[in-house]
Design a protein around this ligand. Structure first.
Ligand SMILES: [Zn+2]
Length: 272
């Protein structure tokens, strides 16, 4: 099986536990064919949390050093915030990224993991606030390739049942998925939900199914790993689910262009 992990952190991010080289060696060990780093481009009080120059240069060095063993790509996870749009665009256009994963971790300057985000709102209101913010983002910001963990909010709600029932949010989710598809962008299947004991990946199966029904084809698979041991975790289940939902391809990105990789061929270990 050729594994392709498109959502991976290193010590270039504050919350990354292992160095880039440790992650690469582990990836090679477990049979990863394509590895895309997506360290955090997150704004913390007064600056972005990463040295972009050094990050891109280091990846380039390792691309060469390990070129006979693994394909390594330069990605970034942008924690999008509306008021930072110009700044974000400037940085994305300045560096040679292969892949821009856009995610919503903060809405109106409140971090979603912060209980404040939910205070004073019903579950439905809080979830709608989250999805509407993503919808607003995909309407006004196009400088990304794939949207990360669309239902990330289920990690942080403190309800008896945190699950997103598609029909409860169909109006906003349908427009959101259609906008992503019409913009030529994709979504991510993020396997970390299993590690967080959420019983589902992000987004859940019904959202994935609807994306497919609406004609969505671009999908990347990512572990969201902050340590080498979590690389490609639960990927076999992810591929099983995608095939069950009639997806035949997963994507990687080179120079911001999707490359479609046949899941079946990938299972057989055929090098794409
Ligand atoms: Zn994220």
């Amino acid at each position: 099986m050729n594994l392709l992990d498109n959502h991976v952190y290193t010590t270039f991010s504050r919350d990354g536990k292992d160095s880039m080289e440790t992650v690469i060696k582990k990836a090679i060990d477990i049979g990863t064919r394509h590895l895309t780093f997506t360290d955090h481009m997150e704004y913390n009080t007064d600056k972005f949390s990463i040295d972009f120059e050094k990050y891109c240069k280091t990846i380039e060095e390792f691309q060469w050093k390990y070129k006979n063993y693994i394909n390594i790509y330069t990605g970034i996870e942008v924690g999008y915030q509306k008021y930072l749009k110009d700044e974000i665009n400037k940085i994305i256009n300045k560096y040679p990224f292969d892949f821009v994963l856009c995610s919503t971790h903060t809405v109106d300057k409140v971090n979603v993991p912060n209980p404040m985000f939910f205070q004073g709102y019903s579950k439905e209101e809080a979830y709608r606030k989250y999805f509407s913010s993503i919808l607003e983002t995909v309407c006004e910001f196009k400088n990304f390739d794939v949207y990360g963990h669309l239902d990330y909010i289920v990690r942080y709600g403190n309800y008896e049942n945190n699950k997103v029932i598609y029909n409860d949010y169909k109006d906003v989710l349908d427009v959101l998925l259609k906008t992503i598809i019409e913009s030529g962008k994709g979504i991510e299947l993020n396997t970390s939900g299993i590690r967080y004991n959420l019983e589902a990946m992000h987004p859940n199966k019904t959202i994935l199914q609807r994306y497919n029904e609406l004609g969505g084809e671009i999908i990347t698979v990512g572990s969201d790993s902050h340590q080498a041991n979590d690389l490609c975790k639960n990927f076999y289940e992810a591929y099983d689910m995608l095939e069950f939902l009639n997806y035949r391809y997963v994507c990687i990105f080179k120079e911001r262009v999707p490359v479609y990789i046949n899941i079946e061929r990938s299972r057989q270990g055929i090098v794409a």
